[in-house]
Design a protein. Structure first.
Length: 200
């Protein structure tokens, strides 16, 4: 599947701030047509890259006419509720079923026709991040088209990321059923490998 060339092909974007200089980061956002950053980090701060801490980032983005909205409480990947962990690992399926998460998804769905929202977390690679493994599937299930902004400025459709996710597991005998069932199991396994560890 080819990369979309502009944000016109998607309803919601995602990006990982990674170790980008702030100028490069804002350039990526502008190139993708983003008008609002939706910060889905549970803790919107970075010691290593302080320009990505919420207060400073909001000011940088304001200078390039991009709004900033923090939604880590509802859509973050590090739950405070210990019941949302399984064997010490954040349980994305349980998190997706919470009222707070569903309300957060409703808010993003509502804003999608009005702004070009871009979900932001820290991880460079979408398949390493809950923005792709937890939030994006919930938005896709509501009919939104998701595009992931890569460090080279391309916008990769979420369906292409899902193809990569399926390919990671090859022809595993434990996979059964059609694409939907195999994809659900692939999401489960990838989330188990990369989700936040900290629950007791």
């Amino acid at each position: 599947m080819s990369h979309a060339k502009t944000a016109e092909h998607v309803d919601v974007l995602t990006i990982g701030h990674s170790n980008h200089p702030i100028e490069r980061f804002t350039s990526l956002l502008q190139g993708a047509g983003a008008t609002t950053i939706v910060d889905v980090r549970s803790t919107p701060a970075s010691r290593r890259y302080p320009w990505f801490s919420a207060r400073g980032l909001r000011e940088y983005l304001k200078q390039v006419h991009i709004a900033y909205l923090s939604m880590g409480d509802a859509l973050g990947g590090r739950p405070r509720d210990t019941s949302l962990f399984r064997d010490g690992v954040a349980d994305y399926e349980a998190m997706a079923a919470t009222d707070a998460f569903r309300a957060g998804i409703d808010e993003v769905v509502a804003m999608a026709p009005r702004v070009r929202a871009c979900l932001m977390c820290a991880e460079r690679e979408p398949l390493d991040c809950h923005r792709c493994l937890l939030v994006a599937p919930a938005l896709a299930a509501r009919g939104l088209r998701i595009g992931h902004v890569t460090p080279d400025g391309n916008i990769v459709p979420h369906e292409a990321i899902e193809d990569r996710l399926l390919a990671q597991f090859g022809d595993d005998d434990l996979f059964a059923g059609g694409r939907d069932a195999r994809l659900a199991e692939a999401y489960r396994r990838r989330a188990r490998a990369v989700a936040y560890r900290g629950g007791r």
